[in-house]
Design a protein around this ligand. Structure first.
Ligand SMILES: [Zn+2]
Length: 218
């Protein structure tokens, strides 16, 4: 398959006539209703090729994302909040620029659960890394390099896991039985539970600090 055909498929269009195509045409070898031809992506090896296109897009962006974030964090890391906000902005950018397009290939139910799961995953990684990075402000002399390492590690973790997850769901969507599996519901629900736990822990810490301060101050 040629690159422009892959680009069309990623855009949910027929690789031959560029008309919008149904999922069955893209993934399961049904004939295009506009030109009657079958998509080259229905072949298992070509599905890997299209998945590879998403992965190579990430590979091309990866060096820039890591490098830019590392430099930005080293420059701003001596101040509280700025570098953490930079990291969160990068996470959201990658979520939109990289992970939205492959979601085109899912049916409505899977698109809902995958979007929900990625959103929860973004929050878990984002809030977790944010808290660790802000705590590292208290490490003398090393806070900026520490924050740079935390930022780069967190966007790497978020994106690698998300790309792998979308790949596995895409293979399922293209398989003979594309129905939702139980864990596609359980995963976002589990991540939501983790988030609520993180929220409760943060609230407990704040309450403890307030109690401590009110005890110290008459
Ligand atoms: Zn067509």
């Amino acid at each position: 398959m040629q690159d422009h055909q892959r680009a069309l498929l990623l855009d949910r269009r027929c690789a031959w006539c560029a008309e919008p195509a149904r999922l069955g045409v893209l993934l399961r070898g049904e004939a295009c209703e506009h030109c009657g031809r079958t998509s080259p992506s229905a072949d298992a090896t070509e599905l890997e090729g299209v998945l590879g296109a998403v992965q190579s897009k990430w590979k091309a962006k990866r060096a820039w994302a890591y490098g830019g974030l590392a430099v930005g964090t080293l420059v701003t890391g001596w101040f509280p909040l700025v570098s953490s906000l930079l990291m969160v902005a990068t996470l959201i950018y990658l979520r939109v620029a990289l992970l939205r397009q492959p979601m085109n290939w899912f049916g409505p139910a899977r698109r809902f659960t995958a979007r929900f799961a990625l959103r929860m995953w973004l929050l878990v990684v984002g809030i977790g890394a944010f808290a660790i990075a802000e705590l590292s402000t208290f490490v003398p002399f090393a806070s900026a390099p520490l924050k740079a390492a935390i930022s780069v590690a967190s966007i790497g973790l978020f994106t690698e896991v998300a790309v792998a997850y979308l790949g596995s769901r895409l293979r399922r969507e293209a398989s003979e039985d594309p129905s939702l599996q139980w864990h596609e519901w359980a995963l976002p629900a589990g991540l939501l539970t983790i988030l609520l736990g993180m929220g409760a822990a943060a609230a407990a810490v704040v309450i403890a600090i307030v109690k401590l301060l009110s005890g110290v101050m008459p």
